[in-house]
Design a protein around this ligand. Structure first.
Ligand SMILES: [Zn+2]
Length: 252
């Protein structure tokens, strides 16, 4: 057992949120009961996750996508009212870490996705060094973007959208989990053969064809499923808490 503030301190010490310029507040977003015995981790603080955490008798929820983002209008109505009502009525703490959870060198989303895909990390690129550079850990090369996409589909258990580059062997790979379409040009500049992220927007298909770098959109949710449970399990072991990851499927 621990208390709400010790748990916050453990997450902050591990993830160092002060190092990032982020799109929302990192840390304790909604205050619940003081004593914490059980944490539920998940990708997004959706109503489905909150309801599942209530069912699992959690004292705290740990997520990558919290409730509050820059640019929201701030009204507590509709879906926001319902999510907050459930958290407050059941006295559950909500902890959310966005970019710090992407970036942690061993437990974060990028580190965990790289491990899941058998990629060895060799460097970083892009704004705030959030993008990762590497290569297949076993030294192999993929024949082309399609071959890499099949391997990623196997590992993640979902379809991948791929736009081929120059249809040559792929050795150098860059990746950044979630909605990191905007990092593609920096990945191209870093000299990779392929770039993996969660989503694709219209311009990236053209950049892939014109610059000869394969682009793989592996799912925003699917690419960010691994950091939250890794961090929550680590902190739960450290503080003697029970931890459970709850997957709420998302096709996006
Ligand atoms: Zn995300």
């Amino acid at each position: 057992m621990t208390d709400r503030n010790q748990l916050l301190q453990a997450f902050d010490t591990l993830l160092q949120p002060e190092r990032f310029r982020d799109y929302g507040p990192n840390g304790l977003q909604v205050e619940g009961r003081a004593e914490v015995r059980k944490i539920v981790s998940g990708v997004t603080a959706s109503r489905a996750l909150i309801e599942a955490a209530i069912g699992a008798q959690a004292d705290a929820i740990f997520v990558h996508h919290g409730l509050f983002w820059r640019g929201q209008d701030g009204r507590v109505t509709g879906w926001m009212k319902e999510r907050l009502r459930l958290l407050l009525a059941h006295d559950i703490n909500l902890y959310a870490y966005h970019l710090p959870l992407d970036a942690h060198p061993e437990l974060g989303n990028n580190a965990q996705l790289g491990a899941k895909l058998g990629l060895l990390a060799q460097g970083r690129f892009g704004e705030q060094d959030l993008g990762w550079l590497g290569a297949p850990a076993d030294g192999r090369a993929y024949a082309d973007g399609q071959a890499l996409a099949r391997a990623v589909e196997q590992a993640l258990g979902r379809a991948v959208t791929v736009v081929d580059g120059k249809q040559a062997a792929i050795k150098k790979i860059a990746w950044c989990t979630g909605g990191a379409q905007g990092y593609f040009e920096a990945a191209i500049a870093a000299g990779v053969d392929a770039y993996l992220t969660g989503e694709i927007s219209e311009p990236q298909a053209h950049y892939a064809r014109e610059c000869g770098v394969a682009y793989l959109a592996c799912g925003h949710h699917a690419s960010e499923r691994y950091g939250a449970p890794a961090v929550a399990a680590h902190v739960a072991t450290q503080l003697g808490l029970v931890h459970e990851f709850i997957e709420i499927d998302n096709p996006a």
